[in-house]
Design a protein around this ligand. Sequence first.
Ligand code: GDP
Length: 616
Amino acid sequence: MHLQKSVIEQPAAEDRFSENQEQLRIVIVGHVDHGKSTLVGRLLYDTHSLHEGKYQQIYEACRRRGVKFEWAFLLDAFQSERDQNITIDAAQTWFHTAKRQYVIIDAPGHQEFLKNMITGAASADAAFLLIAANEGVCDQSRQHAYLLELLGISQITVVVNKMDLVGYAQSVFERIEQEYRQFLQQVGIEPQCFIPVAARDGANIAALSSQMPWYDGLTAVEALDQFHSQALPTDLPLRFPVQDVYRFDHRRILAGRIEAGRLSVGDPLVFWPHNKTGIVNSIENWNAPRKETAFAGESVGITLKEQIFVERGHLASHQQRGPALTTHFEARVFWLGRSALIRGKRYKLKLATQEVECEVARIQKVIDAATLKGAVTDRDYVERNEVAALTIRTKQPVVLDDHSKIAETGRFVIVDGTDVAGGGITYNIVYADPVEIGAADSKSSGAITVEQRHHRHGHKGAVVWLTGPSKSALQIVARRLERLLFHRGLAAFVMDNQTALDSLNSDLGFSAGDRVEGVRRVAEVAGMFAQAGMVAITDFPLPYRADRHRVRNIALKTGCEFIDIFVKSAMNGDYEAPANPVMVVDGENTPIDTLLSQILDGLMPRLQLPPLDYAI
Ligand code: GDP
């Protein structure tokens, strides 16, 4: 089964070209010299994708000149031939198997790979991660894995090359597999398989090698055929970044690549960031007849019925399901710059066809991509090969999407001077309601969800209810807690007993009914603060369990956290100690600073937003 018959019996590549249009885009990454070019050369040869006689020709040329033959030469020859050739689309195809066409996105190094991120060329369906058996897992093998994960490339096969240099030893292969698998697991990658190969000799490339009888898994070519090709994002909301505007006689043609969705003649479009609208008049296709609809992945030029001002960097969507427009967003960034990424320093951010000035406003977390160790917070810089979760602020508003929703407009690069020094993806993007962007039909609901508000503040809203027999202790703790939270950047507000008595409850007396009503009002208002995304702290002593029970129910119906903190001190006659408070602190014997840090320790994890899609 392992002899790749289908490949070997294939007719020449050109004959097959029109038969099967399914295409898979792969990226081959690995440390320099671990054999990437050799593997590609070998894949071209073993799948008969080269012109007849090419191999012999190059082999002979090497022999005549006394140069050692390298499979990489085949790759060079193929590339230069390809570059001179025919149409752009066909030129991208590298080799075929019986199943489909393959496009290789060559990634000799980080820098290239990152640059490709802007053009979208790096949106590979799958990756081969190459490790030389004689050198084993190195820092770059780990960094590459992290980068792939960051880009959302989850189909990965690990190719352990140069097995000949370790005597084809199973033990070496297994040791590498064990070590690397463990690392990948931490990054969140589940590799499809590990394959031991000697690319130079074609061992386990298109056919299993007799040198490694202990291996009976997939060949490299079989592993490729096992990957799933990812559908182009034609069903997503339309994203059409404008690359250029051309004038032909009286017409203006807006040119660009449709990154997501589809557009048709007659569609009303919204152009961001200015929210100008226009109706598609025609879709011009390079070297092809006009058409009615164009899809994600196509480069097109469109004309509009109206003459509106549009320029490079603008982005068109439909009226519904538009992108986010913001000057602040959260991102994960992989930094490769020679000098560190510094908070507050000016950089250029490129996203789709937009270019804006930006700075890092906040660095939440930094992690070394090779070791995954030492996640640090409170840093002002990110060093080369580190990954950081951070907040970016741009000078002008940028149009973008959450990477998990539309990857093409959810990734960006950061340029330091003239160098692409980092790449990243967005997350936690809050979308404005379509009504707010002035584009959608006015009937759609304008509700902003509790979650959206919480993301705006960067923490959950909550009602923090201090209870205990000593009013003065509660008062002090409430004020100090408010200040501490405020200085940590949280939106916090104390609704204190006295102020409420003087305002909200000033019409109430001292009857039992009035007391219950007073408590209800305070609980309702505190709940609204929490819904608005704030931490509402109250110091109403609430001596009775029944009142506390009511308060909890009112706060919980808002969908926010209710955190009751029992500040214990000498009991007085009236006070009924809570049975099950979220937290208990000793208000009598603990110094106030210690008591507050105990409260903070218990409180902060409860205010954290749910874990992000991407663990860092
Ligand atoms: P790249 O920098 O990752 O593209 O690596 P190359 O493909 O240029 O390979 C680097 C060197 O490793 C070249 O001299 C290759 O001939 C050699 N090489 C590649 N594959 C193998 C292999 O399977 N066995 C041995 N012994 N050498 C190999």
